[in-house]
Design a protein around this ligand. Structure first.
Ligand code: THU
Length: 141
């Protein structure tokens, strides 16, 4: 069982708050994310859907792209929460493969991923656990 540390619970609260702003008219599945940079700043993100479906942006990538576009490059952790909109999450919402790849672009192997049903009930992983043998820029540069 993971340690219930205050900074993790604060990050999860930020993800829960962001989830309330999800734009999900097509799936009805709302996701919130909160990304903690080593600067100390937290960047919130929600999923933003689109009628074309393919133009939908996941909550995690919304948070990453907000942060990177503000000049951040180093990240410590992300909290993710999701489920049927307007209800409490009934299960853990894990990041999709594309979002894991975006994490790989900017984060070390020990980057912390918290998937949460609530501030009390969450699971903790490293990026290495979620994306073993990931593809990185060191292979092409
Ligand atoms: N979604 C996320 O926001 N993050 C993920 O990692 C998985 C999926 C969103 C996309 C879409 O708006 C909805 O959840 C259903 O797939």
């Amino acid at each position: 069982m993971e340690k219930r540390e205050a900074w993790k619970q604060e990050l999860i609260q930020n993800a829960m708050e962001a989830r309330n702003r999800a734009y999900v008219p097509y799936s009805g599945f709302s996701v919130g994310a909160a990304l903690l940079a080593y600067s100390g700043r937290i960047y919130q993100g929600c999923n933003v859907e689109n009628a074309s479906f393919g133009a939908t942006n996941c909550a995690e990538r919304t948070a990453f792209f907000k942060a990177v576009s503000e000049g951040e490059r180093e990240f410590k952790a992300i909290a993710i929460t999701g489920g049927k909109a307007l209800t409490e999450p009934s299960d853990y919402a894990y990041p999709c493969g594309v979002c894991r790849q975006v994490m790989q672009e900017f984060c070390d192997k020990d980057f912390t991923v918290l998937v949460a049903k609530s501030a009390e009930e969450y699971k903790e992983y490293t990026l290495l656990q979620l994306l073993p043998h990931g593809f990185g820029g060191d292979k092409i540069l």
